[in-house]
Design a protein around this ligand. Structure first.
Ligand SMILES: Nc1nc2c(ncn2[C@@H]2O[C@H](COP(=O)(O)OP(=O)(O)OP(=O)(O)O)[C@@H](O)[C@H]2O)c(=O)[nH]1
Ligand SMILES: [Mg+2]
Length: 261
């Protein structure tokens, strides 16, 4: 259950891209909106869910460490350009490192197909009514994804600036993408997401001449909720600024390798 909006994970379908789906059913935590369930009980259930999520996330993290995988969790509102960025990133990095992608959406396998078209491995997770990925969904997706040693795994979360903030997937870092058509105030309106992210990508920079978006103010707002957050301004469409994004990934890979000894 999403601790923020209280929705249940209705159904999760994982498409590995080889012609069949596995249906996985999560019983929604019925009753949380019903009379007769005390607030204490709801908090207890939420704590159990988060504790279970953290345990599976730790398992995923151990798997990533063992295989030398850098896992990044990409979060944003719908349409900020996650898949466009990932398709371009997969193409541009193909000769530098193995790349794999887990795509999260409520419905369709369109995004995984866009990634596979670049030649990269991709698995689609459909969350049904669920508004975010959780560690268990990623764990099951990993069973359908052969990771080459030293791969970078991008996990595109469900487009939503609220719920994905609270769920650790076992990633090394969350990367929040904010496009310039969304307004510079998003970091202070949805602070949990920007507080949880290590990097903010300001995307669709090619549209800056046409929309009122104050980049400096956006960065100031983001640093207000997260003084440590890194910031890069990019265009996934034109490629502007993407070399900085690739250098950031390389630096994080080096940092993980040093940690692993
Ligand atoms: N002008 C411009 N358009 C972009 C850029 N990046 C993405 N788009 C466009 O924005 C729209 C949404 O892009 P997607 O990559 O599908 O966004 P998304 O975040 O993956 O969307 P969801 O998966 O639905 O959350 C598409 O029409 C893209 O072509 C960019 O840098 N500049
Ligand atoms: Mg997408």
């Amino acid at each position: 259950m999403c601790t923020t909006c209280g929705c249940g994970q209705a159904e999760v379908v994982i498409d590995h891209g080889h012609g069949h789906d596995h249906g996985h059913h999560h019983g929604p935590l019925g009753g949380t909106h019903e009379a007769g369930v005390s607030a204490t009980r709801i908090i207890e259930i939420e704590e159990n869910i988060l504790a279970r999520n953290d345990a599976v996330a730790a398992h995923n993290r151990a798997h990533f460490t063992a295989t030398g995988t850098l896992a990044l969790n990409l979060v944003s509102s719908p349409g900020s350009g996650k898949t466009t960025l990932l398709a371009r990133t997969a193409t541009d990095l193909s000769d530098r490192m193995p790349v794999a992608v887990i795509e999260g959406d409520q419905q369709t396998s369109l995004d995984a197909e866009r990634i596979r078209a670049t030649g990269a491995r991709a698995v689609q997770i459909n969350t049904g009514k669920g508004c975010h990925l959780d560690a268990d969904m990623v764990h099951r997706a990993l069973h359908g994804l052969v990771l080459a040693p030293g791969a970078t795994l991008f996990i595109e979360n469900v487009g939503n600036l609220v719920c994905p903030a609270g769920f650790d997937l076992g990633e090394a870092a969350k990367v929040v993408i904010l496009s310039v058509t969304e307004g510079e105030d998003k970091p202070i309106k949805y602070p949990d997401m920007f507080a949880a992210a290590r990097l903010m990508l300001i995307n669709k920079a090619d549209l800056l001449p046409y929309v009122p978006f104050d980049v400096a103010q956006c960065i100031a707002y983001a640093r207000q909720v997260n003084p440590q957050i890194g910031v890069l301004t990019v265009s996934a469409l034109t490629g502007e600024g993407l070399e900085g994004w690739y250098r950031w990934i390389e630096a994080l890979r080096a940092e993980r390798a040093a940690l692993a000894g």
